[in-house]
Structure formats: structure tokens, C-alpha cells
Ligand binder design. Structure first.
Ligand code: PMP
Length: 400
């Protein structure tokens, strides 16, 4: 099989045994040793709280935690005071929905989403819409599974105050032209939030070049730990936003008469944060930067092309999404439920995801109850695709 040269980094990932094809990176990525080491060191050697301690260990940990914030900022082209550490993309979107949207939206205002959004970029907006009296519109997809920007341009009105779109679809792998989408949104005066969960691990992201207003992603899909993620927000927007959660760490001064809040991003980080998670995320950023996001993108798009070409030769396979998808391929095997596909593949040590992928509205558009999804990471190579294809041929024989 020709195409992508493997990046040859699988040995960095102790939880990937030889002979196991892990093709579920879109759900969560495996962790390289430097990330595991950074987390272990954080707990075993340098652990202390941040921002409060008067002792040296805590001061050092605070420096490390804030250095992680600066690293994230540089990684995505933002400023450190625009980086809010959250639990993950889900919390980042909920934060904007509960804070910015609750403050800004009025009855009659409109929110624009797309048909391919993850539930975490749908449900928070439904709740915000219910609370504020705003309405939601949904941009359709092109036949090959991209958010249709022409349709979006035709739909946008001055009533639209917010657009929220996935940079890369977690089901189809289709890549949004985030800059073009941002220009369209700004053209009617709307703000735009980009859900970068599947983009940040798969292609270089620069929020300044995109020009968007909010950008969210999760650490655990970027080879980092669970429980830590990022909301990037334009400084002037964050500064004007009311708190999301309240309590310790996010205040300026508390009294029973009146409480004032800290500036952003501290205002949005109530409670003791996931200190070591931030260190793990910083190590993950170092790791992917050592390989290079351009190389990772090239590698994963080549794997997608190989997988699509090989799966496309099997008569019973129906492929979803575009040929130039970023690292993700969804498909169906005629007459076989995706869960059965996943189970048979697992017998051959090939791990894929089968289900609705938290994108039930997209399943309705594709007119399927679920899809089988193979998604790639830095550790995958052509051998994994050969195993996938052999597994699907076996599925076809069994159900043929
Ligand atoms: N958006 C997209 C596109 C995703 O793929 C995911 C995770 N599957 C999320 C949002 C939610 O991420 P998390 O569960 O890490 O908060």
C-alpha cells in the first residue's frame, strides 16, 4: 500500500501494544511517554497548589501552571490572558453559552449552527436560546459533507448574533474554511465560536489568522490528559463577560455587602484548577510541535486517502465525507449494523468507534442510525489500514 510514510512514533505510546490498531483517536488520543512523565513528575515531585501558597513549592507550581497557559497561547496564536483553562471543549462552549450568550442574546436574536455539529455544540445553544428567547438556524451540508458556506451566506441576517461551527467534523473529518466562515459571520455583525476539538490535534491552528471570537478544544484529543481543555476568547469579549462558575480563586474582593471579580481569565477559573492537567497539556503541545502539525496533517490526510481508496473497493462499503478529510473516515457496511462491524474488527485487534458519535442530527441527515468510524493519530501507519480493510473484508464475508 503506497501513500503516507509512517511517522514512526508508536514506540512513544506505552498503551499501544504491538499488533493493536488503535483507530479511535477522534474519541480520545493515546498518551506519549513525555506526557505521562510530565503528569507523574507533577504529582510525584513538584506538586503543590497554585496562586495561593506563600511557600516556594507553590510559587514554582504557579509559574509552571502559568507557563502552560503561555504555551497554549503561543500554540494557537492568542494571548495568555485570553486562555481560560476549562475541563474540555464541552465546558468551554457551556461557559460561552452561559456567560456571553445569556448576557448578549435577546428575544428575536438568532444563533447559526450546522448540521454536522457535535451535541456539545448544539445543546448549550438550545438551552441559551430557551433562556433568552433567541432562535436557532441550521446550515446544511454540501453533498460531500462540508458545511455549505454559500448556504450560510444566504442564511445570515443582522438578527444573527452568534455562529458556532466545528473546525473539523468528528464524524466526516471535513475541514471548515474557518476564516471564510468568520468573515461571513462578521459581515452581519455576528460573533463566531469555532469548535476546534478535532482540528487542534490535526492541523496548524492560528486564531489570529482565522479572526474568530471564541475557539475551544480538549486536551485529551491532543495527546494530553483528560479533564483539561481550553477556551480562547478575544480579550475584550472575555473582559466584558460575567462569571460562569463562582467561588474561590475568581474573585477580587468578597464581602457580604458586595463581591467583585478578578479580571479574565482568572474570573472564569473558579476553584482549584486541574494543575497537573495543565502541565500535561503543555507537554502534549511540546510533543506535537516536535513532530510538527503540518507533518501530522499531511500524514493523517494521506492515511484517510489510503483508507478511503481501499474501503471504496469493497462493494458493500458506503463512505461518508470528503476525500480530503482530516484524519477521520466514517463508513457503513451494507446490511451490517456498525456495532457488529466494530465487534468483528475488535476480534482482529482493530479498535474503531461505532455509533452516532454524539452527532444524532448528522445521522438523520445521512439517513443512518449510526456509522462505523476509523480515526487516525500520529501513531498510525499504512499497516493499520491494511488491518482495517482486512477486517471489513471479513465482515463482508461473514454477513455476505
Ligand atoms: N466537539 C467535537 C467536534 C468533538 O469531537 C468532541 C469530542 N468528541 C467534543 C466537541 C466534546 O469534547 P469533550 O468531550 O472533550 O468535551
Amino acid at each position: 500500500m503506497s501513500g503516507a510514510a509512517p511517522l514512526d512514533v508508536v514506540a512513544d505510546f506505552p498503551a499501544i501494544p504491538v499488533g493493536w490498531a488503535y483507530l479511535d483517536t477522534a474519541a480520545t488520543s493515546q498518551k506519549p511517554q513525555p506526557v505521562i512523565d510530565a503528569i507523574a513528575r507533577g504529582y510525584a515531585e513538584t506538586y503543590a497548589t497554585v496562586h495561593r501558597g506563600v511557600y516556594q513549592r507553590s510559587a514554582d507550581m504557579t509559574l509552571a501552571y502559568e507557563a502552560a497557559r503561555r504555551k497554549v497561547a503561543t500554540f494557537i496564536g492568542g494571548n495568555p490572558d485570553e486562555i481560560v483553562f476549562v475541563r474540555g471543549a464541552t465546558e468551554g462552549i457551556n461557559l460561552v453559552a452561559a456567560s456571553w450568550a445569556a448576557q448578549q442574546l435577546r428575544p428575536g436574536d438568532r444563533i447559526l449552527l450546522s448540521q454536522l455539529e457535535h451535541h456539545s455544540n448544539i445543546v448549550p445553544w438550545q438551552v441559551a436560546a430557551e433562556r433568552t428567547g433567541a432562535a436557532i438556524d441550521v446550515v446544511p451540508l454540501t453533498p460531500d459533507g462540508r458545511i455549505d458556506l454559500e448556504a450560510m451566506a444566504a442564511m445570515l441576517t443582522p438578527q444573527h448574533k452568534l455562529v458556532a461551527l466545528a473546525h473539523v467534523s468528528n464524524v466526516l473529518g471535513s475541514v471548515l474554511d474557518a476564516r471564510a466562515a468568520t468573515e461571513l459571520a462578521h459581515g452581519v455583525g455576528a460573533k463566531i465560536l469555532i469548535d476546534g476539538c478535532q482540528a487542534v490535534p490535526r492541523l496548524p491552528v492560528d486564531v489570529a489568522a482565522i479572526g474568530c471570537d471564541f475557539y475551544v478544544f480538549s486536551g485529551h484529543k491532543l495527546y494530553g490528559p483528560t479533564g483539561i481543555g481550553v477556551l480562547w476568547g478575544r480579550a475584550e469579549l472575555l473582559e466584558a463577560m460575567p462569571p460562569y462558575q463562582t467561588g474561590g480563586s475568581m474573585i477580587d474582593r468578597v464581602s457580604f455587602a458586595q463581591t467583585t471579580y478578578a479580571p479574565a481569565p482568572t474570573r472564569f477559573e473558579a476553584g482549584t484548577p486541574h494543575i497537573v492537567g495543565a502541565l500535561g497539556l503543555a507537554a502534549a503541545i511540546d510533543y506535537v510541535e516536535t513532530i510538527g502539525l503540518d507533518r501530522i496533517h499531511e500524514h493523517e490526510t494521506a492515511l484517510v486517502r489510503q483508507a478511503r481508496a481501499a474501503l471504496g473497493r469493497i462493494n458493500s462499503v458506503r463512505l461518508f465525507g470528503p476525500d480530503d478529510a482530516a484524519g477521520i473516515v466514517s463508513f457503513a457496511v451494507e446490511g451490517v449494523h456498525p456495532h457488529d462491524v466494530g465487534t468483528i474488527l475488535d476480534e482482529g485487534q482493530v479498535a474503531i468507534r461505532a455509533g452516532h458519535h454524539c452527532a444524532q442530527p448528522l445521522m438523520d441527515v445521512l439517513d443512518v442510525p449510526a456509522t462505523a468510524r476509523a480515526s487516525f493519530g500520529v501513531y498510525n501507519g499504512p499497516g493499520d489500514i491494511e488491518r482495517l480493510v482486512a477486517g471489513i473484508e471479513r465482515v463482508s464475508r461473514i454477513f455476505g
